[in-house]
Design a protein around this ligand. Structure first.
Ligand SMILES: Cc1ncc(COP(=O)(O)O)c(C=O)c1O
Length: 423
């Protein structure tokens, strides 16, 4: 019988900075491991071996939903859906559901076009806009970070006054939605949180137009005003749990029967992509990834049971400690970049740099970056290479990365700089 002593020791000597899938809390993983053999509510049967329609699994989903609603203070008029197919599937699903909603709402003619507006601030929102166009919406970029950023790269977000947001006549129906990505995992560019000057500029848009946000890589890292959104979604595999499930939070009035939209020029959409189907069946339209959802439920419970920092006041929002924690950790790495006299150069503009994915280059070039990744790995610091599309270094500092881990990373960065500046 495994007692996990060796595995826990290996984990203790490893700093996992992968961008996703990424580290999860030990306590959640240990409970999950034991529950694979025998789950507390179904002794003798593991959590992955019971029906998704059993009372025991109903409890898992109900608890996960309750905890998520508590943590994110989700208003009652929003549904929580557990879907499959990752973030990429949501690039299409958001468009298909909202186009149908819009066609029904405005009783469009089949020849009428539907517009989707995209704020493109990095690789993922760019890809989402391309998928939106593939799904048949006229995808309009209201901001294009590539045109704004230094060297034609996604490095910054212009103030909203500089965005290309069309002024609409009062009764105009356009667009069906406005889409953005809250944290660009590849490029290390993040919008600010609630009330911050760099928060997404909701007031630039007609409040009747639903805002869609991809929060895959900063989900559960800070408070969110859910009531401002039509749809929020997040692939689980960063702060929430293992890959295999995507969390969707959708405002109830946006749920429509996709088949009804066909008479208004909508297309047939796979039933599995219908938010209404998922909401009507409590995410059990087919067999969901039960084990993945179970691990997510444990992670959610651990965030409530043992937050990394105390709540600053009894009235503070539940995710405030995780937000301070993320600020504290990422600012240690950014301070090292900023005090390195150019040895390390952060790729993102200071005003919008990500607290989750710290991206930087080494002045010494690609060969030195390779040496950095190799020497970090020898020290047990794993997963620091940049995304294959952009290169460089990326240290991803999600919730399960501890302050001690980050201090060790920064000490390594300093040592590496001292060693290689002299060379
Ligand atoms: C912000 C963001 N959106 C979307 C995706 C794509 O997610 P998936 O691989 O689950 O389709 C990722 C993946 O890392 C991401 O970081």
């Amino acid at each position: 019988m495994a007692d996990f002593t060796a595995q826990l020791a290996q984990r203790a000597s490893t700093i996992n900075l992968n961008a996703g899938p990424s580290p999860l809390p030990d306590a959640a993983l240990l409970t999950a491991a034991a529950s694979l053999l025998s789950y507390s509510e179904t002794p003798g049967m593991g959590i992955a071996e019971i029906s998704h329609r059993s009372p025991a699994f109903d409890h898992v989903v109900a608890n996960a939903n309750d905890d998520l609603r508590t943590l994110l203070e989700i208003p009652a008029n929003y549904k929580v859906l557990w879907m499959q197919g990752g973030g990429l599937t949501q690039f299409a699903a958001t468009v298909l559901n909202l186009s149908a909603w819009y066609r029904i709402k405005h009783q469009l003619q089949p020849s009428d076009e539907v517009e989707g507006w995209y704020a493109v601030t990095g690789s993922w929102s760019k890809k989402a806009a391309e998928e939106g166009a593939r799904m048949g919406v006229a995808a309009r970029k209201v901001f294009d970070g590539k045109k704004h950023g230094a060297g034609g790269k996604f490095t910054s977000i212009a103030p909203a006054d500089e965005w290309d947001v069309p002024q609409l006549e009062e009764k105009s129906r356009r667009p069906a939605f406005v889409y953005y990505c809250d944290n660009e995992t590849v490029d290390g560019v993040e919008f600010g949180g609630v009330d911050s000057e760099t928060a997404f500029p909701f007031d630039k848009f007609d409040p009747a137009v639903p805002v869609v946000a991809d929060m895959s890589s900063n989900f559960l890292s800070r408070p969110v005003d859910v009531s401002k959104y039509g749809i929020i979604y997040a692939g689980a595999q960063k702060n929430l749990g293992p890959a295999g499930v995507t969390l969707v939070i959708v405002r109830e009035d946006l749920l429509v029967d996709l088949d009804e939209a066909v008479q208004y020029g909508g297309t047939r959409v796979p039933s599995m992509l219908s938010y209404k189907n998922m909401a009507d069946t409590n995410s059990m339209y087919n067999t969901p990834p039960t084990f993945t959802i179970y691990v997510c439920s444990l992670v959610l419970r651990s965030l409530l049971a043992s937050p990394p920092l105390p709540l600053p006041s009894p009235t503070s929002r539940p995710l405030a400690p995780l937000s301070s924690f993320a600020d504290q950790k990422s600012s240690l790495v950014y301070s090292e970049l900023d005090s390195s006299e150019g040895f390390y150069a952060g790729t993102a503009d200071k005003a919008v740099r990500s607290r989750m994915n710290v991206t930087f280059r080494l002045k010494g070039g690609e060969a030195l970056e390779k040496a950095f990744v190799k020497e970090a790995s020898e020290r047990g610091i794993k997963g620091v290479n940049g995304h294959r599309s952009v290169g460089g270094i990326r240290t991803s500092i999600y919730n399960a990365v501890t302050l001690e881990h980050v201090k060790t990373l920064v000490a390594f960065m300093r040592e590496f700089r001292e060693k290689h500046s002299q060379a």
